[in-house]
Ligand binder design. Sequence first.
Ligand SMILES: [Zn+2]
Length: 87
Amino acid sequence: MQSPKDGVKIMPEKEGFMATTTAKALTNSDRCDRCRAQAYVRFEFEHGLELLFCNHHATEHGVKIRKIAISVQDESHRLIAAPDQIV
Ligand SMILES: [Zn+2]
């Protein structure tokens, strides 16, 4: 019989500190931070900050913001794919 008393312990609770890079799909409840329209582009920054923009504002501010964002999730193609969502 072996005793695990000085064995290496696996510590599964070492999470929750680093931001997950798994992008969540943007939904109808995600709203543009400028105009409250449905957001189609998510810009992520350091420290877990993020900005959501509609296609209009993503186009307007995107060039500048892409320079400082660490990741960009662009779902604006769904605007064309889902015409029933256009109000
Ligand atoms: Zn907007």
